[in-house]
Each structure stands twice: as C-alpha cells, then as structure tokens.
Design a protein around this ligand. Structure first.
Ligand SMILES: NC(=O)c1ccc[n+]([C@@H]2O[C@H](COP(=O)([O-])OP(=O)(O)OC[C@H]3O[C@@H](n4cnc5c(N)ncnc54)[C@H](OP(=O)(O)O)[C@@H]3O)[C@@H](O)[C@H]2O)c1
Length: 320
C-alpha cells in the first residue's frame, strides 16, 4: 500500500523529472479540478481520467508496481484529481480489471473511482454475441473489480449492439450498472455508431479524438450533444503517433496562456476544450505522466483563437 507520504514523494519527483514542472505542481495545488456533467444523469466527473489498457496478466512485477502508483496518482492528488478509470473485460487477458480491482480494495480507494469497463463477446462487429456469454463476462467484471455496482459498462468495438446493449440495459434497470454505452476507434464504424446513438438509450460513447485526429468533431460530437450522450475520448495522443510527431520540439510559449506546461497538457486541453467531451482517458504506465496528465484538467482552457493556432501548429508537423 502506498502512503500519502509516498504519493507526495512521487508528486515531488514527478515535478523534478518533468522540469516544467514546478508550474504544473503549482497548478495542481491551486487550480480546481475541471469537471463536466454526464447529460443523462447530471453526475459530475473530472475531465481527465486514466485508460487502463496496459495493465496485463503478462505485466512484470516492476510494471505492476508502476501501474499501482499510477492509480494512486489518479485518485490521491489534491482534492482527488481524477476518478475515471477505463478498463475492459478483454484488456490484458483480464489483468486490467483484476489488478485495478485488487489494488483498489487493498489500498482503500475503490469508492473514489468511477469504474468504466467494456463487454464484448462478439469480436469487432459483424458476429453475433451469445447472450449467456455476455452475461457471464459482465458478471466476471463485477468479480474482478470487486464492486457491487459498475459506473459505466460499454459495448466494446461495436460488437453486436442489439444483443449486448439489450443486456446492458437490463443491468441498468436492475441498478447494478449505472451508465451504458458503446465504443469504437475505427472511423469505418462511425456510421454504424451514429445509427446506434440515434436508436438506443445510451449514456456514453467512447471514441478516438486527438489534436491531429479530429474526424469525430464533425461526424459524431454534434449528434452526441443533440442526443444528450456523454463522450469519453480515447487515444488523445494517438498512442505513440503524436509523440513521434512532436519529437523534441519545445512547447510554444503561448501555451502558458491556457496553463499548459507540457505537450501532454497541450494535447489534453485541446481535447477537453470541446464541450461535447465529458472525459478523456489517456493511457499511461508512468505515475509521473499521470501527474502531468492531470494538469490537463486544471487551469484555463484554450480560446477559439488558441485552438486554431494549436491545430495549425500540429498540422505543420511531420507525419500527418
Ligand atoms: N475501442 C476502444 O474501446 C478503445 C480503443 C483504444 C483505446 N481505448 C481506451 O483509451 C485509452 C488510451 O489509449 P492508449 O493508452 O492506447 O493511447 P494514448 O492515451 O493516446 O497514448 C498512450 C501513450 O502516451 C504515453 N503517455 C501518456 N501520458 C504521457 C505524458 N504525460 N508524457 C509522455 N508520454 C505520455 C504513454 O506512455 P507511458 O506509459 O510511458 O506514459 C503511451 O505510450 C486506453 O487505455 C483505453 O482505455 C479504448
């Protein structure tokens, strides 16, 4: 179990290692956590969470220790900086749900987390899901996470929406799942996603969106706003894509005008500046990066003028 003193040490070393980043730490200590409202329930959640895709049954002991520290960083910053942890039954051969659930119980932060996970026994769309297997997978998520109620369970990668969303709806009616939704990070599925958004009473969608990947802004976000569906953003850095494109370029000085003190905060602030976005869940296995990312959820947001300058700058980078 990591004590609050250890957490503060992580925080301090994060500040030193990130070199900004006395300024980030100052922002984390002084600026309020930005939250947004889930349209269907009115609940507020912080705009920056954590993507838990990289916690795996195959992770080494050292990697697991880092992931555990990342979860502490998510929940134990000043005023509990972040809450949303996004997992899936399929992540890391079940390791993502299993380890996160175990650490949360052992270290006493299970109640601080907004537990988001996903179900899919149908593959990447097209195949039908066997209803009993869907229920069994949902029940396994409860066991692994060790919680009586899951905050959000979404159909992963558009797998058989009629069957899987129908079963999630039953769970929602029983009160064991609080919000339901559906996800894709494949633009060829955006048309089908839009159809589901119109036809099913869902609370959330999960979708890819980044400063150099703005398709969802045109094709999906206006519909989400019209239908009152919360958007959870995946791949806000495009995994390694944006890091490669940025290389060792210095952050422009004008980024401080909206309290971005690292490239991660620059990219996250771009994403959460869109009013349709309720939460972004960057993935990291590095507690210092988690602290850095949480800075994207505090302080000022870019203005329209900043947003234009931001994507013009990014569009001029190599690898677009
Ligand atoms: N269809 C779906 O439902 C779907 C599909 C894809 C993703 N997702 C969700 O979206 C989440 C995020 O996706 P992702 O993790 O694949 O991609 P991502 O968030 O775009 O990028 C993660 C990468 O960025 C690095 N990184 C994170 N914070 C950083 C920082 N402050 N400074 C420098 N590097 C940083 C990470 O390395 P370090 O570990 O070294 O920090 C990792 O290599 C997933 O965990 C998952 O929950 C859902």
């Amino acid at each position: 179990m990591i004590s609050r003193r250890d957490w503060l040490r992580i925080n301090a070393s994060a500040g030193a290692a990130l070199s900004l980043n006395s300024r980030t730490l100052q922002v984390l200590q002084t600026e309020a956590v930005r939250t947004r409202v889930i349209p269907s329930t009115g609940e507020q959640i912080p705009v920056i969470g954590l993507g838990g895709r990289w916690i795996s049954m195959n992770s080494s002991a050292e990697e697991l220790a880092d992931h555990r520290a990342v979860l502490h960083a998510l929940t134990e910053g000043a005023e509990g900086s972040g809450r949303v942890f996004d997992s899936a039954a399929g992540y890391g051969r079940g390791g993502s749900e299993t380890y996160a659930g175990q650490w949360a119980q052992e270290d006493g932060f299970a109640d601080d987390i907004f537990w988001a996970t996903k179900v899919n026994v149908a593959g990447r769309g097209g195949d039908l899901a066997d209803p009993e297997s869907v229920r069994a997978q949902i029940e396994r998520s409860f066991e692994r996470l060790g919680v009586p109620v899951i905050d959000l369970n979404q159909v992963h990668n558009m797998g058989d929406p009629p069957t899987q969303l129908g079963i999630l709806q039953e769970y929602k009616e029983s009160g064991r799942i609080r919000h339901i939704g559906i996800t894709t990070t494949n633009e060829t599925q955006y048309g089908e996603l839009a159809k589901v958004m119109r036809e099913y009473p869902i609370d959330f969608i999960g979708i890819d969106y980044a400063i150099d990947n703005r398709l969802a802004e045109e094709r999906i976000f206006p519909l989400a706003q019209d239908e009152g569906i919360a958007v959870m953003v995946y791949l806000p850095f495009g995994r390694s894509r944006m890091w490669r494109r940025i290389g060792d370029r210095p952050l422009p000085e004008w980024a401080t005008e909206f309290d971005a003190h690292s490239w991660a905060q620059f990219m996250l602030k771009f994403v959460v500046a869109h009013p349709a976005v309720i939460v972004a869940v960057p993935g990291t296995g590095d507690p210092q990066h988690m602290v850095d990312n949480l800075g994207g959820g505090r302080g000022r947001l870019p203005t329209q003028d900043h947003l234009r300058r931001m994507f013009e700058l990014v569009d001029s980078l190599p690898g677009g």
